[in-house]
Design a protein. Structure first.
Length: 283
């Protein structure tokens, strides 16, 4: 859950109280945003996550359900849900405080059992993970995906605090860093271990690095209102594109269209396109 304070004249310094111009609760979190983007495109989406047994968890769950995301594999654990306090000043700069809460409870211990249940319903899957949950959970799902021959996409965001180990990277089929995350993980290292690296470049689109070649996918022209969640929309759409059998270049093009469309509204989920809108826009 994002608690968003906007319109601060200046960021508070220690000991100071600053008035915001407005406040909003926005259901957020990378995994939930990515699941929402994929569901908006019509994909059959199951979120594997944990919520706290608090009001924010209930609001987050209701929002996801309304968007068509299955919560059958979302655990409710004692304590608070993951929250972010977001301060935005009048110049548009932001400061963010995160408490992982329930997200920290995910350890992947049941990954194999959950994958069996989902696999029995759906057959081959595309698994998309980001780094707002513990690495143990990500490692467990990467292994599960590899064992079953499912595609595993890692969005290494936010930039990892501890280095990503080669054992994990070797289980990744497609990795999607932005430029900051690419620099923090190391370009050469990624190129050596992960077969497909998709670098997102904000208003400049994206780059696909695979098999020793680099292909640039241009951005779609939009007048952005708020770029929060563009990366999440991009990742959700990329997963849907690949899951529906598109080649990587086509899937990245769809992802760029959806990322661009997602910047038209405030927050990460207010302007997610459906498949018809995304395809008409992508041309
Ligand atoms: P993140 O939010 O993770 O840093 P980016 O800012 O790179 O990710 O945005 C993800 C994708 O969303 C980009 O690759 C691009 O396709 C699209 N996008 C983001 N900002 C814009 C923009 N201003 N205009 C058009 N497309 C954008």
């Amino acid at each position: 859950m994002d608690l968003v304070f906007t319109g601060l004249a200046a960021m508070p310094v220690p000991g100071e109280t600053v008035a915001a111009r407005s406040f909003e609760l926005q259901p957020g979190g990378k995994g939930a945003n990515q699941a929402s983007a994929a569901a908006a495109l019509g994909a059959d989406v199951r979120l594997v996550a944990a919520l706290g047994d608090d009001e924010f968890g209930r609001i987050a769950a209701a929002d996801l359900r309304a968007r068509g995301v299955s919560l059958d594999h979302v655990a409710t654990v004692p304590g608070p849900s993951g929250v972010a306090g977001v301060l935005i000043d009048q110049a548009g700069e932001n400061v963010v405080i995160v408490n992982p809460g329930a997200n920290g409870a995910l350890d992947g211990a049941d990954a194999s059992a959950v994958a069996d249940r989902i696999g029995a319903e759906s057959g081959a899957l595309t698994v998309l993970a980001s780094l707002e949950v513990p690495l143990d959970a990500i490692r467990a799902w990467a292994r599960v995906a590899r064992e079953r021959g499912w595609r595993f996409i890692l969005n290494p965001a936010p930039a990892p605090a501890e280095p990503l180990d080669d054992e994990l990277l070797a289980l990744v089929d497609v990795i999607t860093p932005n430029q900051t995350e690419l620099a923090s993980i190391g370009e050469e290292r990624l190129a050596a271990v992960v077969p497909v690296v998709v670098v997102t470049l904000g208003g400049d689109g994206a780059e696909v690095r695979a098999g020793g070649t680099v292909t640039r996918v241009p951005a779609f022209a939009v007048e952005p209102v708020d770029t929060t969640g563009a990366g999440d929309a991009f990742n959700g759409a990329l997963a849907v594109g690949l899951a529906s059998g598109r080649q990587i270049g086509d899937a990245v093009r769809l992802a760029c269209a959806v990322g661009a469309l997602a910047t038209r509204g405030l927050g990460a989920r207010s302007s997610l396109p459906d498949a018809a809108e995304a395809e008409a826009f992508a041309g």
